[in-house]
Design a protein around this ligand. Structure first.
Ligand SMILES: Cc1cc2nc3c(=O)[nH]c(=O)nc-3n(C[C@H](O)[C@H](O)[C@H](O)COP(=O)(O)OP(=O)(O)OC[C@H]3O[C@@H](n4cnc5c(N)ncnc54)[C@H](O)[C@@H]3O)c2cc1C
Length: 455
């Protein structure tokens, strides 16, 4: 905490909360996917806090943000996104405060204040404030027609823009940008051209290698999207009436635009925590119990930072929720540990699955299968016979199996020749090797790979 920050509050003078002490009133700020999931996990537990209040800036009960992409594409109805309706919270005694942004935390008094002036006292506080779209450092972001793709309001605005037609430019060729671009294209009624600008030399450069990115680009171009890679954004142009009319690139190119979507990444929503004097780097810093620098305040989801990492996918957030829920209910629980995650793209008709490093290093063995006719591509990275990374395009059915094998750190030399064809053939070879292996009672047998055993 900066000693000069007049808005920062000191730690309370009273005793620090003990992890084992039952929590009386728990307040959760952020009625998004993490906050809602935490409530869900708590109401099932015996030692749950006596009172739970959930405060959210959005006007409706939490919804499945992941499904904003199919909603924009017109593949789902709005109602299907709601996770639980207001009655569900009421029936479980959870107080739901919607449409109110928390503005201030007084840590000394353990009390927070909303923008509407409501004051709420807490014994324990959880910050689950998520993140906001990252903004490129260029002029023109404030113009009409410039959108993000983060919440229901954004999805509604993009739906209207798509239905009006014209020219849409999506800035960012990662997961979110491509889902937005495909959503706009599918939603369009009148003529709408959609361009995707990607600064890197290929789409989804953090998840895909050049071959898979090339296949993806060809597929999207075939559907009618324009993909511009190596695009360095310079500014958004004003039509003179406060509305965006074009995107200007650093190399001088100018793309006319009636609608611009910013999808270059996310920034953890840390302002509330920062103002309260919590330790904040990129996110609100937490330990493996999801506790911030104030023992009475936890943070989880996209607003938190653990061991230098911040988050953008739900899988690790669900594991954080389990740790925090158990702790708040006074249960003994292992701390949160980081684990690899896999990426999928939710664009219908395109299957992608990737995890691990993108570029092989000198010690990686690279196994590749490419069937251009069927649009199938698989590339596996192995180190010392163990799977470390995979990029699958087309047929991705084997993806979860590869991921599980990588997590297990299993030695796969015995099924190397079948590995690219998925689990069925590979497992048969692994089983055969096991059957041939000598008596496992041999000293240190459990430390050896099936391959070493067979040898
Ligand atoms: C279009 C889209 C597609 C996605 N697809 C995938 C996917 O396929 N797979 C995947 O794993 N992840 C996906 N994600 C990411 C996933 O949705 C997030 O990781 C997840 O929602 C994070 O949960 P959270 O609770 O931390 O943040 P959020 O869900 O954003 O919730 C934070 C909530 O806190 C509220 N809030 C913030 N500040 C305050 C305040 N001061 N007072 C009160 N309320 C406040 C916000 O309004 C928001 O409702 C996608 C995201 C988007 C936008």
């Amino acid at each position: 905490m900066s000693p000069d920050d007049p808005t920062a509050t000191a730690l309370p003078d009273g005793p620090m909360p003990s992890p084992a002490a039952p929590v009386d009133h728990l307040v959760i700020v952020g009625n998004g996917m993490a906050g809602q999931r935490l409530v869900e996990a708590l109401v099932q537990r015996e030692g749950a806090p006596r009172r739970i209040t959930l405060i959210g800036a959005e006007a409706c009960p939490a919804y499945n943000r992941i499904l904003l992409s199919p909603l924009l594409a017109g593949e789902m109805e709005r109602e299907a996104l709601t996770l639980r309706d207001a009655d569900w919270y009421a029936e479980r005694g959870v107080e739901l405060v919607l449409g109110e942004r928390v503005e201030r935390i007084d840590r000394a008094a353990r009390r927070l204040t909303t923008a509407g002036g409501r004051e709420i006292a807490y014994d324990r506080l959880v910050l689950a404030t998520g993140s906001t779209p990252a903004l490129p450092p260029v002029d023109g972001l404030e113009l009409d027609g410039v959108h993000a793709f983060r919440d229901l309001d954004d999805a509604a605005a993009l739906t209207r823009a798509a239905e009006r037609g014209g020219r849409a430019v999506v800035i960012g060729g990662g997961l979110l940008g491509l889902e937005a671009a495909e959503g706009l294209r599918k939603r369009a009624r009148a003529g709408l051209s959609v361009s995707v600008l990607q600064r890197a030399s290929r789409l989804m450069n953090r998840q895909l290698d050049a071959t898979a990115a090339g296949l993806l680009q060809a597929e999207l171009e075939g559907r009618g999207l324009e993909i511009v890679t190596g695009a360095d954004l310079e500014r958004l142009e004003d039509d003179g009436r406060g509305r965006v009319c074009a995107v200007r690139l650093a190399d001088g190119r100018r793309l006319p635009a009636d609608c611009v979507v910013l999808a270059i990444g996310i920034a953890p929503s840390v302002e509330l925590g920062r103002r309260a004097g919590l330790e904040v780097h990129r996110g609100i810093v937490v330990d493996d119990r999801l506790t911030s620098s104030d023992p009475a305040i936890h943070a989880l989801g996209e607003c938190c930072e653990f061991e230098g990492r911040t988050y953008g996918l739900v899988e690790p957030i669900w594991r954080q929720v389990e740790v925090l829920a158990a702790r708040l209910a006074g249960e003994d629980v292992e701390g949160y540990v980081e684990a690899p995650t896999a990426t999928k793209l939710k664009v219908s008709g395109i299957s992608l699955y990737a995890f691990g490093p993108i570029e092989p290093d000198v010690d990686h063995e690279v196994l590749t299968y490419h069937d251009p006719e069927h649009g199938d591509y698989r590339r596996l990275l192995l180190r010392d016979g163990r799977l470390e990374g995979a990029v699958l395009y087309g047929d991705t059915a084997a993806g979860p199996w590869y991921f599980a094998e990588a997590l297990a750190g299993r030695h796969l030399d015995a099924c190397r020749q079948a590995l690219l064809f998925g689990p069925a053939d590979a497992r048969a070879l692994l089983d055969a090797t096991k059957a041939e292996a000598p008596n496992p009672a041999t000293p240190h047998a459990q430390d050896r790979s099936p391959q070493e055993e067979a040898a």
